[in-house]
Design a protein around this ligand. Structure first.
Ligand code: SAM
Length: 208
């Protein structure tokens, strides 16, 4: 089993939801962006979705073509247990996004809150961006949230790569030249369950 997967399985196995610094009871920003750029009958995937409540909220809004991918089987099982009967409405994918083989043009919207920033090696980022470019249909959107340039240097004890909207767009362009056009971006402050503030950048990009 890859070391990273062991790490994440231990994190999700050992801590309650509210002890995760990234926990959100209401994923408001994600929902507002997803519903701006995708309709309920559009295929949507959450990359590194973990045990977040994004799937729960999208099911409640009538989204019917949902996928959630995460390295950690434990995280996906936590979400499935929480959703109960509704878990069957989601395609759960236990995989490392950098090794996953997506179906070409399968998705209209790719959402990633705090997964891409763990890819600190250029070859990992190249693998991620190649998969995002393949998986998103032309005209589809990527919503990517990472720690901002003045955000934390680590998350869950692991180093992260921090971005501004411009440096994120440049990184995507490096690996998929001309493949993504920035649409909008914002700065977002996440308050952890213990009350600390974490600065994120949030970018929406359109697949050309
Ligand atoms: C900080 S958590 C955020 C989880 C979720 N997006 C949220 O907002 O609650 C990062 C997630 O990315 C997942 N992850 C990290 N590296 C990954 C990879 N290479 N492939 C897939 N998932 C990964 C972890 O298992 C973890 O669930």
């Amino acid at each position: 089993m890859p070391a990273d997967r062991t790490h994440w399985d231990e994190v999700y196995g050992a801590r309650t939801e509210a002890a995760l610094t990234w926990f959100e009871a209401e994923p408001g920003l994600s929902l507002s962006l997803i519903t701006t750029y995708a309709a309920p009958n559009d295929p949507v995937i959450d990359i590194g979705g973990g045990a977040s409540r994004v799937m729960d909220a999208l099911i409640a809004l009538g989204f019917s073509r949902l996928s959630c991918l995460d390295l950690s089987q434990a995280a996906l099982e936590a979400s499935e247990a929480r959703l109960g009967d509704r878990a069957g409405e989601v395609n759960w994918i236990a995989a490392d996004v950098t090794h996953w083989a997506p179906r070409p043009a399968a998705y209209a919207l790719w959402h990633d809150r705090a997964a891409f920033h763990f890819l600190t090696a250029p070859d990992q980022r190249a693998a991620y961006v190649a998969r995002m470019a393949m998986a998103l249909r032309s005209g589809g959107h990527a919503v990517i949230m990472t720690f901002a340039e003045d955000g934390p240097e680590t998350c869950s004890g692991l180093p992260v790569q921090r971005y501004s909207p411009a440096s994120l767009a440049a990184e995507l362009d490096r690996h998929a030249p001309g493949g993504f056009v920035p649409v909008t971006s914002a700065r977002h402050l996440h308050r952890t369950p213990k009350g600390a503030e974490q600065a994120f950048q949030v970018s929406v990009l359109r697949r050309t």
